[in-house]
Design a protein. Structure first.
Ligand SMILES: Cc1cc2nc3c(=O)[nH]c(=O)nc-3n(C[C@H](O)[C@H](O)[C@H](O)COP(=O)(O)O)c2cc1C
Length: 210
């Protein structure tokens, strides 16, 4: 552990932050390389590329293979773009406006086979979204999640039925110039730290520090 990490452990009263470093070398490079950048060029991505992202999402595992994820998308330069961009908080609009596609991630609360509540509808949908993110990174795109949007307005504007949950929004785009980002965001355009894995796991029963 380097000096910076040691300091971070002390300052967070025992919870250690860790850089993605050589200790992660055994982790697949795609997973190591994924991070949520913001500098996008405003270029479009092709419909084929977009469909590949959704196909990757669709290959995720899910309870009863129910596949509860749903995606509503808006490509830039279409009439759907602005209403979806308007759902975002101003901070997110300030950089996501240069994306190529906005995606609202929705999940179906109930199983299709019996219409009973599915405990894992959000969990399954998160797995699908990570597939989409990793596929996007592998194709050289930026894929960035957002909870900073008006969930109630999204339900109304996107016409989401009551038995579906609005989970999150994502923007996908081609990488752009960091210097074109709002000044205060430029220094954030780097990989973020992680909690030390040792603080997140325990063998047998829950013995993890709260
Ligand atoms: C569901 C979800 C919501 C997020 N909401 C926002 C957001 O509103 N604005 C933002 O700039 N980043 C947002 N992020 C990005 C996170 O801040 C980012 O994933 C986290 O800091 C870890 O960084 P990394 O993805 O680069 O590893 C969100 C990510 C997820 C998965």
């Amino acid at each position: 552990m380097n000096l910076r990490n040691m300091l971070s452990c002390i300052l967070t009263l025992g919870g250690c932050a860790q850089m993605v470093d050589s200790s992660h070398n055994q982790v697949h490079s795609l997973i190591r390389e994924r991070h949520s950048a913001r500098a996008m060029s405003g270029e479009k991505i092709s419909t084929d590329e977009l469909m590949t992202l959704f196909k990757a999402a669709g290959l995720a595992q899910s309870s009863y293979n129910d596949q509860p994820w749903r995606f509503i998308y808006a490509e830039r330069e279409t009439p759907h773009w602005q209403p979806m961009l308007d759902l975002l908080v101003p901070f997110n609009q300030s950089w996501a406006a240069k994306g190529a596609v906005l995606i609202a991630v929705i999940s179906h609360n109930n199983f299709e086979h019996n219409n009973q509540f599915s405990r894992t509808h959000s969990f399954d949908t998160g797995a699908a979204m990570e597939n989409l993110a990793l596929q996007g990174i592998s194709m050289g795109f930026i894929v960035h999640g957002m909870a900073g949007f008006d969930y109630d307005k999204a339900r109304t504007v996107l016409n989401v039925p009551d038995d579906y949950t609005v989970e999150a929004m994502f923007v996908v785009g081609k990488p752009g110039n960091v210097k074109d980002l709002p000044a205060e965001l430029q220094s954030h355009e780097k990989r973020s730290e992680r909690k030390d894995v040792k603080d997140l796991i325990s063998e047998g029963t829950f013995k993890i520090k709260k």
